[in-house]
Design a protein around this ligand. Structure first.
Ligand code: PMP
Length: 438
């Protein structure tokens, strides 16, 4: 079945005349999979529809936020009501405190929070705060972890940079990048060495506690605990970037799943329910350093925007609703659905004679076209990119919408049905057979 993308191709050609690469964020361009991207017209539940009239089962979910499905009735209704009241005031509202309380309830380490507009802003501000609080300048990040596109963290980042094979971006001042120490993920000896040598100069270690930007890579047993111990010993802060894995690795995020209390946490995606929201928060004594309570400056015209707060509140309300007697809660249902899909994919891969790596963390999942275990950027990058391309294109042709890169994670939503999962497994059987025949 050949996919008709004629209108999308035309739209893409026009968009390229007005926007670099035709897109507002690089991976959307599909350049890494050598085809034109479908232009999206609408989305509902588990499905996304392009301007050519094709329907897809969506496992991108706007790169994570759409955990309750697209255009959920409760979110749409709440937003319709909210929009009548004005779209932005730049003044305090009750909605901000409500969302703050809901987040704190799910992640008690977040004693205080500051809302911002993107994950990039959240990690950028959390780093400034860590530097302001400790009076130190150096930070540690892990190779293949992506924390947004600001200067300090755009160093050996995963995600789009890995997709396009750009280890470092031009335009990041050397003087800034010099303060960023990069270490392989999951390598206890490497981080111990760095902390032994430079621990007293380090303001913070920032980590994706479940890494979703080099494909999905899970922390080895005891690894996060080691980061907690090392930061405490050095007087450095531990920042969990849960922009992606927050409310997905478990309802309380990776910190609940692995039982680690970070000093600061960055959130995004789900807390905005598909509108532009992110946040950073954590220990009260640290957060009180933020202006106007303290001297570390950070601000935002649209921060805490009422529409965005509304969408976030409604999303968390649905995720935390008490289930009927004997039924699993929302996040457990998501985990079970994801498990069901992955098991089906595993069976089909085996039937096709492929040995692949399957990873899951709650409602996040990923496949590596790699016979060997994947636990860091190097092992992730050793996966077969050509095999991924064949798999990706076959899935797209069969109406399964995945991220167009082997360095991204897939997301399950509450709207995905058993029929969706079954259809996806059947499509994968065909895609895996194509890969096996390469
Ligand atoms: N941190 C993580 C873990 C992310 O996955 C992302 C984006 N995918 C970001 C930060 C940056 O978020 P944003 O794209 O909203 O700036």
């Amino acid at each position: 079945m050949a996919l008709n993308l004629a209108k999308s191709a035309e739209a893409f050609a026009e968009a390229k005349q007005y926007m670099p690469g035709g897109v507002n964020s690089p991976v959307r361009s599909y350049r890494s999979v050598d085809c034109d991207p479908p232009f999206i017209a609408k989305a509902k539940g588990s499905k996304i529809y392009d301007i050519d009239g094709n329907e897809y089962i969506d496992y991108v979910g706007s790169w994570g936020p759409m955990v309750i499905g697209h255009a959920h009735e409760a979110v749409v209704k709440a937003l319709q009501k909210a929009v009548e009241l004005g779209t932005s005031y730049g003044a305090p509202t009750l909605l901000e405190t409500e969302l703050a309380k809901r987040v704190k309830h799910l992640m008690p380490s977040i004693e205080m929070i500051r809302m911002v507009n993107s994950g990039t802003e959240a990690t950028m501000s959390a780093l400034r705060l860590a530097r302001g609080f400790t009076g130190r300048e150096k930070i540690v990040k892990f190779i293949g972890c992506y924390h947004g596109h600001h200067d300090s963290l755009l160093v050996k980042a995963g995600s789009g940079m890995a997709t396009f094979g750009v280890p470092d971006s031009p335009g990041v001042p050397k003087s800034v990048a010099e303060n960023t120490i990069t270490v392989p993920y999951n390598d206890v000896e490497a981080i111990r060495k760095v902390m032994a040598e430079s621990g007293k100069e380090i303001a913070a270690i920032i980590v994706e506690p479940v890494a979703g930007n080099m494909g999905l890579v899970l922390p080895k047993q005891g690894y996060l605990k080691e980061l907690r111990v090392l930061t405490e010993e050095a007087g450095a802060l531990l920042i969990f970037d849960e922009v992606m894995c927050g409310f997905r690795a478990s309802l309380g995020g990776a910190q609940a799943a692995y039982g680690i209390v970070p000093d600061l946490t960055c959130l995004g995606k789900i807390i905005g329910g598909g509108l532009p929201v992110a946040a950073y928060g954590g220990r009260k004594d640290i957060m009180l350093q933020i202006s106007p309570a303290g001297p570390v400056y950070q601000a935002g015209t649209l921060s805490g925007n009422p529409l965005a707060m509304t969408a976030g509140i409604e999303t968390l309300k649905i995720m935390t609703a008490i289930p009927e007697d004997g039924q699993p809660d929302y996040s457990r249902v998501l985990t079970l659905k994801t498990k069901k899909l992955l098991l089906g994919l595993q069976v089909e891969a085996k039937k096709a004679g492929l040995k692949l790596q399957f990873h899951q963390a709650g409602s996040m999942f990923g496949i590596f076209f790699n016979e060997n275990p994947v636990y860091d950027y190097e092992t992730a990058a050793a996966s077969d990119a050509e095999a991924f391309k064949v798999y990706f294109k076959s899935m797209l042709e069969q109406g399964i919408y995945l991220a167009p890169s082997p360095f991204e994670t897939a997301f399950m939503s509450g709207a995905h049905s058993d029929a969706d999962i079954e259809k996806t497994i059947q499509a994968a059987a065909i895609a895996f057979a194509k890969v096996a025949a390469m």
